[in-house]
Design a protein around this ligand. Structure first.
Ligand SMILES: Cc1ncc(COP(=O)(O)O)c(C=O)c1O
Length: 410
């Protein structure tokens, strides 16, 4: 299996760029492209099933509810969760982290407690904890990565202590692609009675992730990075924790009884889903998971690993390219961040774009990480199973061209 087997399913990938070049889309860590089956599932929802879910007692509303709830069941199976009650739909990973910080952090973190995160977190798994730490007089502690950008168990054991209430950590770094040994971190945090939140934004779309095997307390990810539409995300949580947490968004649909001065709330997961939900997003997420299941998550991972190895080797041959992240390709997901000597990453990204290569440049919503590494910004090429060796070759040629373009200033 290679990306060539799948490109035909992705209309965006079939088009040429504005300057007539074939498109090498290497920004799937930001958002993935969507296959026809997902686009059609959204269209079908509006043609056949659209009504407000959960509220109506008429047939169409019930059909809409079914679309939503069947997707919850699908996500439960995909993640290996115990029950569909473990699955809460959010807008995206960012909203899921805000929910956790607000409903778990504000309720259960107290003065002098510790919240432990890693220096490689996306801002969405960092800023909400800064707020909890400030409001609750708790401390926000960081686990730092080593020279090979890996988080060692030595560091983990030094930072997670008996005072740690929450450990919130990414499975895969969006900026460096490094895969954390998440199972060992979870086990150690549990030995200290801390609750562990895993940011699955860059792992769930790319590899088999089983929340029960990992024994994660919470897991967060966004649908749009795994073929689904934007605007639907997932928060998995263990039931005993979800039951004791306060709601996050208050209003319609999440209540049981409402009185003039008080209200009681619906059961988990509904108490966390106030207001009209993104049913079209759920319809798309269902089709997205079906598409991924048809390929098999192990195959998705294998295709990406092959591509990353190929690209890493080719880029390493260019003496003027600095690659960030671990040199152990087995510990790297489909992400390669790099800089070209003497070319600002934003310039590099524009030049690459003129060669039909879409990469992202900047600090990738991980400013503390780049400050720690002594860098301002990098270019990031991120792969998905629909990418090909031709995409990688196009990237390499464009990098050579970018370097050559700045030759006269050297
Ligand atoms: C590791 C990681 N966590 C969280 C997020 C936030 O995702 P979203 O913008 O979909 O909320 C991202 C997005 O890039 C990410 O890569």
């Amino acid at each position: 299996m290679t990306g060539n087997d799948f490109i035909k399913d992705f209309p965006v990938l079939m088009q040429k760029t504005g300057n007539g070049k074939r498109l090498a889309y290497l920004d799937s860590a930001a958002t993935s492209q969507k296959p026809v089956s997902v686009i059609e599932a959204v269209e079908k929802y509006y043609k056949v099933n659209n009504a407000n879910p959960h509220r109506g007692s008429y047939e169409l509303s019930m059909k809409s509810t079914d679309v939503y709830e069947n997707t919850r069941e699908k996500v439960k199976e995909f993640l290996g969760a115990e029950s569909s009650k473990n699955i809460i739909f959010t807008k995206n990973a960012t909203e899921a982290f805000n929910l956790l910080a607000s409903s778990y952090g504000m309720d259960f973190v107290n003065a002098d407690d510790e919240i432990v995160i890693s220096i490689a977190e996306h801002h969405s798994n960092l800023i909400p904890w800064q707020r909890v730490a400030k409001v609750k007089n708790a401390s926000l502690k960081y686990m730092y990565i080593n020279e090979d950008t890996q988080l060692t168990m030595k560091e983990v054991k030094e930072k997670i202590t008996d005072k740690t209430k929450v450990v919130s950590i990414t499975h895969v770094s969006n900026a460096l692609g490094t895969i954390n040994d998440i199972k060992s971190i979870i086990d150690y945090a549990h030995s200290k009675n801390a609750v562990v939140i895993v940011d699955g934004s860059q792992s769930v779309p790319h590899m088999k992730v089983d929340v029960s095997e990992l024994d994660a307390d919470f897991m967060v990810f966004s649908g749009h990075k795994m073929l689904a539409p934007m605007g639907i995300g997932v928060l998995y949580g263990k039931l005993d924790l979800l039951h004791k947490m306060s709601p996050y968004i208050y209003g319609g649909d999440m209540v049981e009884y409402v009185y003039e001065q008080d209200a009681t709330f619906d059961a988990v997961p509904f108490k966390f889903e106030g207001g009209t939900q993104n049913v079209e997003g759920a319809a798309g997420l269902m089709a997205a998971i079906e598409y991924l299941e048809n390929i098999g998550m192990d195959n998705v991972h294998a295709i990406e690993k092959e591509l990353v190895k190929y690209t890493y080797e080719k880029l390493s041959e260019l003496p003027y390219v600095k690659i960030y992240g671990t040199s152990d390709v087995d510990k790297r997901c489909g992400i390669i961040s790099f800089n070209i000597d003497g070319v600002h990453p934003h310039d590099a990204a524009s030049i690459l774009d003129s060669h039909g290569v879409a990469v992202r440049s900047g600090n990738h919503c991980a400013q503390p990480l780049f400050r720690f590494m002594g860098e301002n910004s990098v270019c990031r090429a991120s792969f998905y199973f629909y990418n090909t060796k031709e995409d990688a070759d196009q990237l390499i040629e464009a990098v050579k061209a970018a370097y050559a373009m700045f030759e006269k200033w050297r």
